[in-house]
Ligand binder design. Structure first.
Ligand code: AHR
Length: 506
């Protein structure tokens, strides 16, 4: 049994739990939209063709925001193709994913779906093949009440009230040579600044996200952020970060430690943003929007787009099947995001349905939960109030990618109004359980309300449409709290949630 000491103390407050940490992403990619959220033939489909079973799962997942319509897709997208009578909309080549875009779902349908699912939309504009004017047109269409050509067009399409869209992404991954309209940092920084300045002339209160690097491994990482923010700092509120992790060459140890990379990534972007702030001598801070993160087995065949003359509609793409260890990594990445709540002000699990997703669907058939669904749903449901830094004294293990890494990682939240305290913890050991001894003496009068563990003796177990519930977060009966010390045994490769609540009065 690995002995681990943890201390949870309300004095270690990092910042508030932000609902936007629990965002996700819907891109016109593979089967995310078509046969994912939208499937008019499905028995549960509504008048727009949206699957109500997927809406229900989205709600159960606890998703707060949804980024749309891409991703790489947005860099070639003409938003006007997706409005007006569906039968008159053009079919277009989607160069990003070598597919055909039928434009059956566009901005109005997506915003109706967002309202149905109870999520806040986060809209991306095309700064790859398009520019300031098209971004302004989309903003006018969506957010101006009436009396202009585009706002009246929206009304004619059935949306009498303007849409309340606060967060806007200024393009996507324009540092990447794969991106349509790929730019140098200076070219992009200028375009982002001018687009932002123009958009604020319509709505000064927008929250605007500049593209950061598409990954911390990019050769331009750091310099890209410095130059882009050098041009656009005053105009934007957030800078994006994207990261995908997977087990490489059977190196599970490094994979389980992926949050070490996410921690460093966030801290590097924050340091760069703060350096630009210092140089500009301004009070304002630019925060991080971690608007693409997940486990993605990017080199597997299912991530390869079609080629040649094959331009299918909604092909099977990026449909990764996740096992238990993948879910533990997703949990550990949530711990990292929460730990940086002072500077990570938004995040999006990429993506929501079918495409590297927690929710899977069969066309016209069943919808089911992947393993990665559970840590996300639990963190979204139980993290509340303030995030507390957890002091951890744990033995370390050696990893090929990150050096020595603690075997256990954790973060806590505390809701001052209810007195509830929740501990989220992962055990990265592949062979040994850990005994967590958590000092909560500075939070007297608590009891264990619920303790759950998500793990399986075979950590490669995957959910399927036939069986998505053999492995679920299960009650952990070892949890006990006495004399201000919580003790719990957690198995190897596990995600754990311990909910403490005030002892009822009397
Ligand atoms: O989420 C899948 C893809 O990953 C997105 O389209 C792109 O932005 C990123 O490279």
């Amino acid at each position: 049994m690995i002995p681990v000491s943890l201390t949870v103390d309300p004095a270690f407050r990092i910042g508030p739990v932000r609902r936007r940490t629990f965002g996700s992403f819907v891109e016109h990619l593979g089967r995310c939209v078509y046969t994912g959220i939208h499937d008019p033939e499905h028995p549960s489909a509504d008048a727009d063709g949206f699957r109500r079973d997927v809406v229900e799962l989205t709600r159960e997942l606890g998703v707060s925001t949804v980024r749309y319509p891409g991703g790489n897709f947005v860099s070639g997208y003409r938003w006007e193709d997706g409005i007006g009578p569906v039968e008159q909309r053009p079919r277009r080549l989607d160069l990003a994913w070598h597919s055909t875009e039928p434009n059956l779902v566009g901005v109005d349908e997506f915003l109706r779906w967002a309202a149905l699912a109870g999520v806040e939309p986060m809209m991306a504009v095309n700064l790859g093949t398009r520019g300031v004017q098209e971004a302004l047109d989309l903003l006018e269409y969506c957010t101006v009440r009436s009396g202009t050509r585009l706002s009246d067009l929206r009304r004619a399409h059935g949306a009498a009230e303007p849409y309340d869209i606060r967060m806007w992404c200024l393009g996507n991954e324009l540092d990447g040579p794969w991106q349509l309209g790929h730019k140098s940092a200076y070219e992009y920084g200028r375009l982002a600044a001018e687009t932002a300045r123009a958009m604020r002339m319509i709505r000064p209160d927008l929250e605007l996200v500049a593209c950061g690097s598409s990954g911390s491994g990019m050769p331009t990482f750091g310099e890209w952020e410095r130059v882009v923010l050098g041009e656009a700092y005053e105009q934007v509120d957030l800078v994006s970060a994207h990261a995908y992790y997977c087990e490489e060459d059977g190196d599970l140890g490094s994979f389980l430690a992926s949050a070490v990379d996410m921690d460093r990534f966030v801290e590097s972007v924050v340091a760069t943003a703060d350096a630009v702030r210092a140089q500009k001598k301004v009070a304002k801070r630019v925060h991080v929007s971690f608007d693409e993160w997940n486990v993605w087995y990017v080199h597997r065949a299912e991530s390869r787009p079609p080629s040649g003359d094959d331009w299918p509609v909604a092909p099977v793409l990026l449909e990764d099947r996740y096992h238990v260890a993948d879910a533990v990594v997703v949990g550990s990445l949530l711990i990292s995001l929460l730990r940086h709540t002072d500077r990570v002000h938004a995040a999006s699990l990429a993506q929501l349905v079918n495409v590297i997703a927690p929710i899977m669907t069969e066309p016209g058939g069943r919808a089911w939960r992947q393993t990665t669904f559970h840590p996300f749903a639990q963190a979204s449901r139980y993290a509340s109030g303030d995030v507390l830094q957890v002091a951890i004294d744990a033995p370390t293990y050696e990893t090929a990618r990150f050096g020595d890494v603690p075997l256990v990682d954790a973060v806590a939240t505390r809701d001052e109004a209810t007195g509830d305290v929740t501990l989220f913890a992962v055990n990265r050991s592949q062979g040994e359980p850990a005994l967590l001894e958590v000092d909560v003496r500075s939070l007297p009068g608590l009891r264990v309300r619920e303790a759950t563990t998500f793990a399986n003796p075979d950590h490669t177990w995957q959910a399927t449409a036939d069986d998505d519930s053999s492995v679920l977060p299960r009650p952990n009966g070892t949890a006990a709290l006495a004399d201000g010390r919580l003790r719990i045994e957690v198995p190897p490769v596990s995600w754990n949630v311990v909910r403490l609540a005030p002892v009822p009065a009397g």
